[in-house]
Design a protein. Structure first.
Length: 95
C-alpha cells in the first residue's frame, strides 16, 4: 500500500508525523485490499482531515473529520476509515 501524508497550509512536525504513522498501523490488515491512500491535513483554526483510499477492485473511498485537537481529529478519521474499509471488504466478500 502506497500512502502519502501531507499538510496543507502548515508543515507536520515530527511528533504529528509519528502519530499519523502509528494510527495508520490500525488499517495495516487491509494492505492487500488497498492500492494507494492519501491523507491531507489542513489547519485553519482547527484541523481538517481528508483521507482517500483506492481499493484494488477500482472503488475509491473518501472520509473526512475535523477537530480543534490534532490527535482527537486523527482518531475520529481513523475510526471512520476503519469502518469504511471493513464495509468495503464485506461487500466484496459477499459478491
Amino acid at each position: 500500500m502506497d500512502t502519502t501524508v501531507s499538510g496543507v497550509g502548515f508543515t507536520l512536525d515530527e511528533d504529528q508525523t509519528d502519530l499519523v504513522n502509528k494510527k495508520l498501523e490500525r488499517i495495516k490488515y487491509a494492505d492487500d485490499l488497498i492500492v494507494s491512500s492519501s491523507l491531507k491535513i489542513k489547519l485553519d483554526k482547527k484541523y481538517y482531515f481528508n483521507a482517500t483510499v483506492n481499493f484494488r477492485w477500482g472503488t475509491q473511498a473518501t472520509v473526512t473529520a475535523d477537530d480543534f485537537e490534532f490527535a482527537t481529529g486523527l482518531n475520529k478519521l481513523i475510526d471512520v476509515l476503519d469502518l469504511k474499509i471493513k464495509k468495503e471488504k464485506d461487500k466484496i466478500q459477499q459478491k
